[in-house]
Design a protein around this ligand. Structure first.
Ligand code: 13P
Length: 230
C-alpha cells in the first residue's frame, strides 16, 4: 500500500488548533486505502487520539534514557503509541546541523526499539546545479540501515516549502537510483499540493508522499490522498 504522511513541522501554535486539525484529517482520510501517518510536534503526541492515522514523531534521540537534556527517546515514543519517526529531515540537517553519523545512530536505535523510520535524503540547490545530486544522495544513503522497516523520503531541499516541486523526470530518475541502491520504498516530498498531486502520483517509483505545508489544510491533504490512492 502507498504511504501518505503529514509532517506538520513546528505547526500549529496551539493545542486547540492541533486537536481541530487532527480530528478533521482523521475523519476525511478514513476510507482512503493508504498507510496514513501524522507527524505532529512532540508536545501534541499524547493529546491526539486518532482512529485512522498512525502517529509519528519528527525526530528521536538514540538512547533509551539518561542525561540528555531536551531529548526524547524511542522508548518514550513507543510508550505513547507512536509507530514511526522521521530521521534526517533536511531542516534538521541544514538548520539544526545534524550529521550523517548521528542520523545513522537515530535510525538504528529506532529500529532496535520497535519504531518504523522515514529516513530523509535530498540534495541542496547548489549541489544539483553542480550535477552532484546523485553522489550526494548516494553518500546520505550509505548511512541508512538496510531494513524493511525503513522507508526513504526523497526531498530535494530546493523543493521544500518553495512551491517549486521536482519534475516528474527528476523524481523518476532519483527514485529509481535510490531503489537500485537500497531496495526500500521511496516517498517524494517537496511542495506536494493538490494541483500537482495527480501528476506526481503517476510517476513510476513513487511509493507515497511526505507532505509539509499542505498537510495543515485538511481538505487539500485529503485530495492529495485521493490522487495517491488512484
Ligand atoms: P512542503 O510540502 O511544505 O514543501 O514540505 C515538504 C517537507 O519537508 C515534508 O517533510
Amino acid at each position: 500500500m502507498r504511504i501518505l504522511a503529514a509532517n506538520w513541522k513546528m505547526n500549529p501554535e496551539t493545542v486547540d488548533e492541533a486537536l481541530r486539525l487532527a480530528s478533521r484529517i482523521d475523519t476525511l482520510l478514513k476510507d482512503l486505502p493508504l498507510v496514513k501517518l501524522l507527524f505532529p510536534p512532540y508536545v501534541y503526541i499524547p493529546l491526539l487520539k486518532l482512529e485512522n492515522l498512525t502517529l509519528g514523531a519528527q525526530d528521536v534521540f538514540y538512547e533509551p534514557k539518561g542525561a540528555f537534556t531536551g531529548e526524547i527517546s524511542p522508548t518514550m515514543l513507543r510508550d505513547l503509541g507512536v509507530g514511526w519517526v522521521i530521521v534526517g529531515h533536511s531542516e534538521r540537517r541544514n538548520v539544526i546541523g545534524e550529521v550523517d553519523e548521528v542520523l545513522r545512530k537515530k535510525a538504528e536505535a529506532s529500529l532496535r526499539y520497535g519504531l518504523n523510520v522515514v529516513y530523509c535524503v535530498g540534495e541542496r540547490l547548489e549541489e544539483r546545479e553542480r550535477g552532484e545530486h546523485f553522489s550526494v544522495v548516494e553518500r546520505q544513503l550509505s548511512f541508512v540501515p538496510r531494513d524493511e522497516r525503513v522507508v526513504i523520503a526523497y526531498e530535494p531541499v530546493w523543493a521544500i516549502g518553495t512551491g517549486r516541486n521536482a519534475t516528474p523526470e527528476q523524481i523518476e530518475e532519483m527514485h529509481a537510483f535510490i531503489k537500485d541502491r537500497v531496495g526500500l520504498k521511496v516517498l517524494y516530498g517537496g511542495s506536494v499540493k493538490e494541483k500537482n498531486a495527480g501528476e506526481l502520483a503517476a510517476v513510476e517509483g513513487v511509493d507515497g508522499f511526505l507532505v509539509g505545508g499542505a498537510s495543515l489544510r485538511p481538505e487539500e491533504f485529503y485530495r492529495i490522498g485521493v490522487a495517491l490512492s488512484r
